[in-house]
Write a protein that binds this ligand. Structure first.
Ligand code: NCD
Length: 299
């Protein structure tokens, strides 16, 4: 068995093995598991697409799921995360898919759970299955990742999606660029595998892939942005801004979208948009990740 906590520490051949398996599951639907497992979906933050796609993935493989949300759990009665995890382990859960607002929470869960833990987003740290689904989507449209210029635009500061994607895409030879206002850029971008741009047009120059990020209003302390319209004026991905991109650019967004903020409707719904493909592919990569997590270590 294995955990999936972050892209950063995975080897390229492990990532490739998951992507190959996801592509295979998409083509030839998987056989139901010989050994069905019970998988806990433990979500302490709001989620629609990630939770539903993990549930679809688990069902697609013939596993059972048990759902919890932070608000309805014993944590709201003062229980520690450690005790919640120990309880779930002793109730017989065989894997845990976890989303939590604290960076490092999935890693913490591995110390007490004893079975595979899959990080479905931990604070501002990583969201590995999002990056894997995005990689599959890019591969389907572009054929390869190596040599692509990928511009990741917006609220990089709060984005685990930006971090996981930067690690994955740079490991596979893409040039990754972060674009956003100074107040929404981490102070330590030098430690992340991306170049930083504060000007949208300069950052989008020649971009093959333009990945928008959601403005994470729930994580934002007051004052990081003057106003939403100030952000939109400087950083909205729209037809005018995309003139700087490569002729056959594609547009992505992990969702949920703030339409008219991060990107305009014409871009979100136009032919260059791969947003719906990202959602479909996320189910197949999550199947592949569950399968990989349960198997004996090979790659
Ligand atoms: C992202 C998340 O929660 O990290 N959404 C997702 O999983 N598709 C991005 C976001 O909430 O902005």
């Amino acid at each position: 068995m294995r955990h999936l906590l972050a892209i950063r520490h995975l080897e390229n051949d492990q990532i490739q093995a998951i992507l190959d398996r996801a592509a295979d599951f998409k083509k030839n639907r998987p056989e139901p598991a010989k050994n069905p497992r019970t998988i806990g979906l433990l979500f302490f933050e709001n989620s629609t697409r990630t939770r539903v796609s993990f549930e679809q993935a688990a069902h697609g493989l013939g596993h059972r799921v048990v759902n919890f949300s932070g608000a309805g759990s014993s944590l709201s009665k003062g229980e520690t995360l450690r005790d919640t995890i120990l309880t779930l382990r002793h109730e017989g859960l065989e894997a845990l898919v976890m989303r939590h607002s604290a960076s490092g929470s999935a890693q913490l869960a591995t110390q007490f759970f004893g079975n595979p833990v899959i990080n479905a987003g931990d604070g501002e740290h990583e969201h590995p299955t999002q990056a894997l689904g995005d990689a599959l989507t890019i591969l389907e449209r572009k054929g390869q990742i190596k040599g692509l210029r990928v511009a990741i635009v917006g609220d990089v500061l709060h984005s685990r999606v930006a971090r996981s994607n930067a690690w994955l895409l740079s490991k596979f030879g893409a040039e990754v660029r972060f674009i956003g206002p100074r107040t929404l850029m981490p102070s330590h971008t030098a430690k992340l595998p991306a170049k930083t741009f504060f000007d949208l047009r300069a950052g989008l120059e020649g971009a093959d892939v333009v990945m928008c990020l959601r403005l994470q209003k729930e994580r934002m302390q007051d004052g990081l942005l003057g106003s939403i319209s100030e952000y939109t004026g400087g950083y909205q991905v729209n037809r005018a801004a995309l003139k700087a991109a490569a002729p056959d650019f594609m547009v992505m967004h992990p969702g949920p979208l703030n339409r008219g903020v991060e990107l305009d409707d014409a871009t979100a719904d136009g032919p260059a948009s791969a947003i719906l493909e990202q959602i479909t592919n996320s189910v197949f990569v999550r199947m592949a990740v569950l399968d990989w997590a349960f198997e004996e270590n090979r790659v």
